[in-house]
Ligand binder design. Structure first.
Ligand SMILES: [Zn+2]
Length: 229
């Protein structure tokens, strides 16, 4: 390489390309170990607060997305802005279309699909997942639907409920039917549940209670230690 070209390359490497913060999961090589992908709580909080930071982190993670306007619900329900994961690229589709969520949820769910769901699907099912089924993100409600109780993270679109998966061969996997199904599918579902624990503040599965017999609940509640069951 000629010295001038080398100098130009070094200058670009030094200051020309914005780099994600150290330790933040980007589009690089995937570590297939369950739980290897993590987002720390401070990064989630910043992603939820700051649209510029949010977009940079989604781009670094290779997530196609759009930023959505806010929504004012009744009382304290609603959100100032949201993000929706868009189809395309190498990511699985959402069925139905991905809902608007907080940035922390969108980012975590994208990384979860890429680094946790796909390796687990290949290992346990022998094929990739091509679609993820979601039930809801935003909903103005209290935790467990208790009247007068604290608002659910769903009330701020800071949560998503996921009910199943479709694989490349067209096989449908649902939590309600397959959580206690045949061993390989059970192992897949437990691995994707456990892998979500490094990415979300709260992970609830059919092991938690009967209200979650048919879905995973993932949210980005601001808690010091993730709650995972
Ligand atoms: Zn939920």
């Amino acid at each position: 390489m000629r010295p001038v070209a080398l100098l130009a390359l070094l200058l670009v490497a030094a200051c020309g390309v914005p780099q994600p913060p150290r330790g933040f999961p980007g589009p690089g090589p995937v570590d297939p170990r369950p739980g290897a992908s993590r987002i720390d709580r401070a990064q989630v909080a910043q992603a939820n607060r700051d649209p510029g930071y949010c977009r940079a982190r989604l781009q670094a993670a290779g997530a196609r997305h759009s930023v959505m306007p806010g929504f004012q619900g009744p009382g304290a329900c609603g959100y100032p802005w949201a993000v929706r994961l868009e189809p395309g690229g190498r990511a699985a589709r959402w069925l139905p279309q991905a809902p608007p969520t907080s940035c922390g949820v969108a980012l975590a769910v994208h990384i979860w699909e890429r680094d946790i769901v796909q390796p687990a699907a290949r290992r346990h099912l022998g094929e990739p997942v091509v679609a993820i089924r979601q039930l809801a993100a935003y909903g103005c409600r209290t935790i467990g639907g208790r009247p007068g109780g604290p608002l659910s993270e769903h009330a701020r679109a800071n949560a998503i409920d996921i009910s199943g998966f479709r694989t490349a061969s067209g096989r449908e996997i649902s939590l309600i039917r397959d959580w206690h199904g045949e061993p390989r599918t059970r192992a897949f579902l437990r691995e994707v549940r456990d892998g979500a624990c490094g990415l979300f503040g709260t992970v609830l599965s059919p092991d938690h209670d009967r209200a979650h017999a048919d879905h995973f609940h993932f949210d980005q509640a601001d808690r010091r230690t993730p709650f995972c069951r």
